[in-house]
Ligand binder design. Structure first.
Ligand SMILES: O=C(O)CCC(=O)C(=O)O
Length: 321
């Protein structure tokens, strides 16, 4: 894969070697977009499906505009610049999850939950499809990225037949980061990763030292290894150590573009490269599953239309350890 001259990608500020046995390009699947069997086979083989240009770029652009105008109004972007350029205001570093960017954002809802995206999901699942009602929005400021993890630990209370769609809401060159998938990681069914995959970040030890803090919302999650330290849900913060443990290459796109979408399973290890630019990197991640299978109660509307409980107190489950 072509890497910009002298640019070294990193995850969690640790450089990632870019030799061809460490780092590579995602396989593109646009050619099988309308072939359900081929999609399912490839997902089983690769653990991900990458579709450059499958979504309506104009619609994605409109969704981005809504988000960027809000970010400008909040002072996150450089005053006087074009909001669509997403130039971070001086000192804007800490932006990350921004759920509010999805609210009353009709173009975004159309991109994520109608049209090409839902047609793709219908092909893939070959049955009626539902999506989670919670929409993850990430406005990732300069210097930030996402640690390696599998989505299972955040959303495994329903079916395992759950697919994440990572949708870039901007053109994202390598220097801005973007999603990386660890090749063949979805096949790893032994050892540390297997143990990790069965964890649930919102489960805590009722008889452990953090129980009250977790119930009171003063601590989010404790590590599953019984050390009772705080946990982010990451498998590890060290992408190179993970590659050494599990093998495979970290795969990404040399440039994600508006209109692309990347799907992966809840057992596929992924992360994002650090944003080493002066821009805010905007993307969403959303989840889809067969409509008739159970859905994780944290991410869907309540019986009377209440907002998803997400990782709040109502989602915590105590167990005796
Ligand atoms: O966009 C990112 O930084 C990470 C996205 C991610 O981890 C996910 O979609 O599960």
């Amino acid at each position: 894969m072509e890497i910009p001259h002298e640019f070294i990608p990193s995850v969690g500020k640790k450089p990632i070697p870019t030799g061809e046995d460490h780092f590579g390009a995602l396989r593109r699947s646009a050619d099988i977009l309308t072939d359900g069997d081929a999609l399912r086979n490839r997902l089983a083989d690769d653990g991900y499906l990458y579709f450059p240009g499958a979504l309506d770029r104009d619609q994605v652009t409109s969704a981005r505009r809504v988000c960027m105008e809000r970010l400008m109004a909040q002072g996150a972007l450089e005053a006087g610049s074009d909001p669509m350029d997403a130039i971070a205001a001086h000192g804007t570093k800490k932006y990350y999850f921004m759920e509010s960017l999805a609210e009353e954002n009709d173009p975004l809802m159309r991109v994520l939950y109608e049209g090409a995206m839902m047609r793709l999901m219908a092909q893939l699942f070959d049955t009626d499809v539902r999506h989670f009602d919670y929409t993850w929005m990430r406005a990732v400021g300069p210097g930030n990225g996402t640690s390696p993890h599998c989505d299972a630990v955040y959303m495994n209370r329903g079916t395992e037949q759950l697919i994440t769609a990572w949708t870039p809401l901007g053109d994202i060159p390598l220097v801005q980061g973007g999603l990386v998938v660890l090749e063949n990681s979805h096949r790893e069914k032994t050892g540390k990763l297997e143990q990790y995959l069965h964890q649930d970040v919102d489960t805590f030890c009722e008889n452990g030292p953090n129980a009250q803090k977790i119930r009171d919302g003063k601590m989010a999650w404790e590590h599953y290894d019984g050390s009772f330290r705080e946990w982010s849900g990451a498998f590890s913060d060290d992408a190179n150590e993970i590659r050494a443990l599990l093998g495979g290459r970290w795969l990404t796109s040399p440039e994600y573009r508006m209109g692309d979408v990347l799907l992966f399973t809840i057992a596929t290890l992924h992360a994002s490269l650090d944003n080493n630019s002066d821009r805010i990197r905007l993307s969403s991640d959303t989840r889809y599953q067969p409509a008739h299978l159970p859905a994780d109660e944290r991410w869907v509307l309540g019986a009377n239309g209440e907002r998803p409980i997400a990782h709040g107190a109502a989602g915590k489950r105590g167990k005796i350890c």
